[in-house]
Design a protein around this ligand. Structure first.
Ligand code: PNS
Length: 160
């Protein structure tokens, strides 16, 4: 029986991508044939890094992962799901504190497109405390982030 190829979308602001994000991406690679990592423009979140830089950082961090395609997007996730022809969204879930936000977003997306499924993956315990906002807070004061972000983007972050 021919196996149908399974594609999922991993959306986020990635401001910047962290080792926690990368852990979720690698877990997703064990389940799916292709993962479209979709970097949201998210102007309303006032990102620290430009849209172009965030896309570039995700590309650099995932360049050795053959199942990954990186794109930037603006607009609704449900529209992107039509464009890339995938009804599966991956989101990372670290702690109870993430749950409320994820629940609301998952239901909002499902209300717009009933076929959309969101699956939640937990990162390894060692990455459970990492968030882009922690990384930004440390970077602001020129602190060490090498244990928090992919090595491929470390130089770029330090030059900013
Ligand atoms: O990494 P983040 O900031 O938690 O990711 C949030 C993201 C990009 C998944 C969310 O902002 C999003 O889906 N943006 C697209 C707009 C959209 O579809 N909104 C409706 C669902 S709330």
């Amino acid at each position: 029986m021919a196996k149908e190829s399974k594609r999922a979308i991993y959306p986020g602001t990635f401001d910047p991508i962290t080792l926690g994000h990368l852990d979720i991406i690698k877990r997703g690679c064990k389940i799916f044939d292709e993962i479209v990592v979709a970097v949201a423009k998210n102007k309303e979140k006032n990102p620290m890094f430009s849209f172009e830089k965030r896309v570039e950082f995700v590309k650099k961090a995932t360049r050795d992962l053959p199942k990954i395609k990186v794109i930037g997007f603006e607009g609704l996730l449900v529209d992107l799901s039509d464009e890339v022809d995938s009804n599966i969204i991956i989101r990372g879930l670290r702690a109870v504190s993430d749950f409320e936000y994820e629940l609301q977003m998952g239901y909002a997306n499902a209300s717009l497109k009933k076929d959309l499924e969101t699956i939640y993956l937990m990162p390894s315990l060692q990455y459970a405390f990492i968030s882009s906002s922690i990384v930004r807070a440390i970077l602001k004061y020129r602190g060490e982030v090498k244990h928090l972000v992919p090595k491929e983007i470390l130089k770029d972050l330090k030059c900013m």
